[in-house]
Design a protein around this ligand. Structure first.
Ligand SMILES: Cc1ncc(COP(=O)(O)O)c(C=O)c1O
Length: 443
């Protein structure tokens, strides 16, 4: 075993891990032993015991260009030798300024300001606080209510939990969460006969919720990730944005998962005619190398915090805000993301997924097949619900096929790094079809 902090009596990473590590989103008693990964290359991860796993979930949706990509690794190493960190209040540095400019150039028109934090939850937390304080600074003190969609997931800090309380993870904390109005989410899939009715009901609920007290609406644009890759029509979301705006509310797009190309465009927002006031980015931002969160805001919102007194400022920040190594990684990853090669990958994966979606839809044990860009999902009929043991069993099934997949309950999905080949995708499609035969019943 390498990389030991001190001599250890344990002979494997997993043995040592079992003594001291507390894993996220894991029931230690029932979960299988974690798999120790020692190396990554392209879409592959290599285990301590010498097996090779094809990463079809981009390692919690963060990797874009393959594991241990040399250009990003080199950018981090160079930055580490130059400046590893500096307090970001009163000081700045080239990676942060360049990254802010690089992102602003790509963000929807009017979104000009970049507020840095550390992960998706903190990017959301900052967005919620900016929205609430902007109304406060404008003197519209009654605008305090947030609107969100049922099933949305926005992270694990308290504001993010409040906006995502229906995601089902937060029972011990419910009495500590602030009130949010939830709208029905008109999820859609191939051959969905009820879409118009669902959208109409959601818009009626939105109209009923809108009033002088609304501060903002937060939404995962086009795809709700954690609740099971549930997808929306862009025309519906455009209508939602228009209605919230005309009622005086702000719109927050949580693009923590959808950002950096997952939907086949750089942002989900690029599929829409309307633009948000705030956008949350993280996950893919550094190509999966280092933690970093961004809350991008309109110039109008930024100006709402200007004034002669500190009381109007956004008194919020973290020790590692705009860490130079993370910003350098993000700059290197952005350059790769904006290349013609990456755009070609989005198109190629999207086309392969679209074809595979037809095959999945023809499989009798699968239902609600849906696709958005590089994300493909389907539900296994009769295979148990979200939160049950089925996701663990499916995870193990896919592992026996050499695949790292992490089903969300009975929802099996692919969200691969963009360097995945057509042949590797075929392996995953076949495994999805086999999983349906083994675990499902005809609908
Ligand atoms: C849409 C969305 N927002 C926020 C988060 C929280 O991000 P993090 O886990 O980096 O805090 C997630 C994580 O899955 C997410 O999918």
């Amino acid at each position: 075993m390498s990389n030991q902090a001190s001599p250890s009596p344990y002979s494997s990473i997993t043995e040592l891990d079992a003594q001291h590590v507390w894993h996220p989103f894991t029931q230690a008693r029932t979960a299988p032993e974690p798999v120790a990964i020692v190396r990554g290359e392209g879409p592959y991860l290599f285990t301590e015991s010498g097996e090779r796993l094809l990463d079809m979930v981009s390692s919690w949706w963060v990797n874009l260009h393959g594991h241990a990509h040399p250009a990003i690794a080199a950018a981090i190493a160079e930055q580490a030798r130059t400046l590893e960190h500096v307090i970001f209040a009163g000081y700045t540095h080239a990676p942060a300024a360049n990254l802010a400019a690089g992102l602003a150039a790509q963000l929807p028109e009017g979104i000009t300001r970049i507020f840095y934090s550390d992960n998706g939850s903190t990017a959301v937390e900052a967005a919620l606080k900016i929205a609430l304080q902007a109304h406060y600074n404008w003197g519209s003190v009654g605008r305090k209510r947030l609107i969100a969609f049922t099933g949305g997931y926005h992270g694990d800090t308290f504001g993010a939990m409040s906006a995502g309380r229906t995601s089902g993870f937060y029972a011990p904390f419910l009495d500590k969460l602030f009130e949010v109005t939830f709208l029905p989410y008109p999820a859609t899939w191939q051959g969905d006969p009820d879409l118009e009715a669902k959208e109409k009901a959601a818009l009626a609920a939105l109209d009923a919720a809108l009033g002088e007290d609304v501060a903002a609406l937060i939404v995962e644009p086009l795809v709700q990730g954690a609740s099971g890759m549930n997808m929306l029509r862009p025309t519906f979301l455009d209508e939602v944005v228009r209605r919230v705006r005309s009622a005086g509310g702000l719109v927050i797009f949580d693009e923590v998962m959808t950002g950096f190309g997952r939907t086949g465009q750089l942002w989900a927002a690029r599929h829409l005619g309307e633009a948000p006031d705030l956008m949350c980015l993280s996950k893919g931002i550094t190509g999966g190398f280092l933690p970093l969160g961004v809350t991008a805001a309109s110039e109008e919102l930024y100006r709402a915090f200007e004034g002669d007194s500190f009381a109007q400022a956004f008194a919020h920040g973290h020790s590692y805000t705009a860490n130079p190594l993370s910003c350098a990684a993000a700059l290197a990853s952005l350059e790769l993301t904006l290349s013609a090669d990456t755009a070609a990958h989005w198109e190629r994966i999207g086309a392969a997924h679209a074809q595979a979606a037809q095959e999945l839809a023809a499989q009798p044990q699968l239902q609600r097949v849906r696709q958005c860009g590089t994300i493909l999902a389907a539900e296994i009929c009769g295979a148990g619900e979200y939160g049950g043991n089925i996701s663990l069993e499916l995870r193990q099934f896919f592992a026996t096929r050499g695949l790292l997949m992490r089903p969300l309950g009975n929802v099996i999905y692919l969200l691969p790094p963009y360097v995945v080949t057509d042949k590797q995708l075929r392996v995953a499609y076949d495994a999805m079809l086999d999983a349906a035969r083994q675990f499902g019943h005809p609908a």
